[in-house]
Design a protein around this ligand. Sequence first.
Ligand code: USQ
Length: 405
Amino acid sequence: MRIAVLGGDGFVGWPTALHLSNLGHDIHIVDNLSRRWIDTELGVQSLTPMDSIQERCRIWHQETGKRIHFHLLNLAEEFERLKSWLAEMRPDAVIHFAEQRAAPYSMKTDRHKVYTVNNNTNATHNLLAALVETGIDAHLVHLGTMGVYGYSSVGAPIPEGYLDIQIETPDGPREQQVLYPTRPGSVYHMTKSLDQIMFQFYAQNDGLRITDLHQGIVWGTHTDQTRRHEQLINRFDYDGDYGTVLNRFLIQAAIGHPLTVHGTGGQTRAFIHIQDSVRCIELALRDAPQAGERVRIFNQMTETHRVRDLAELVARLTDARVAYLPNPRKEADENDLIVRNDQFLALGLEPITLADGLLTEVVEVAKKYAHRIDRSRVPAVSAWTKDIAKRVEHDPEGKRLRSVS
Ligand code: USQ
């Protein structure tokens, strides 16, 4: 298949492009390199040394003889170019990762909120409108998030996208399936909730064939392909905005930084290893819906864990210290989470779990590149509201206190 990977320079996009190229697909990465610009804005860099996208593609060709093509294009702002590009390339499938994906970044300031909404909703809508206009019958696979469901304890398993409901009508009760009510916890998560409505409309109105993957928190860094050459290495974020919780704990442990648990650490979240993430995308691609079918929704996760349990697990493995900090986010202190993921299991996914020994691999990677870490960028300081901002901990290591004593 000819596959367009939109956002193929990112944390999940890059290993997905490699995985699918390895399987023999003709891969075209479309990216505006915004993630690299955001690193510059924030004054941080990936823990792992990441080459330019052109160099990465060159090394892949040198290693495998396969080509990955790169196209510089801004999906959210260059609608006409997107349309002509699609008309020329006519992909069989489009994988859409091209969105700003960090909740803390989306909550930093009003400017970051506006950027995230403009970028994410325009990117998605431009893509949908361009597919209709060019008449391309590509299977669109979108990277959504488990966060669209919200994290309040409901006491029942979260279904895969749709909720069975019963409504009272004058003729008696009637069964219906509706999109699971969304309850986003950040501006970023809100944009993914808006995406769901756009997908529903375009599938119903224009017969677009769409799969939405509600992904949990990705952990790990290497996949079978990124391991093949030092210069194919994946990016790996540790900073307070882009680093995600389990990867952050593992990196913090590697550099002797206290593990930064927000609040009581009672938040339960869904997780998936990066290797399973790329495998799920392959499985979803093979199982395309027909035109006229409703949006197919998968929960792309393999296990759930409480944040403090993860911190304690990492602390046991590495002798790290756990620091319970004021939570910069507005979220439930404690929640339960049970999630259905039957569809991927039925398609043959064999989940990699935390028990599989890969936690120490991440610590080893972090130790190798520890010299690239700026410790001052480790604390998570983006606050969800102005009131919360007053209590954010900028100094979990207590350096300021030590310097005056
Ligand atoms: N947390 C800590 N300490 C930290 C960092 C985070 O306790 O140092 C807590 C947060 O308060 C939160 C939980 O860990 O309760 C998860 O935070 P996260 O940064 O790992 O994940 P999140 O902001 O939800 O976003 C990430 C990805 C996003 C993806 C989402 C999947 O950045 O792109 O959509 O995970 S999910 O969480 O299932 O919605």
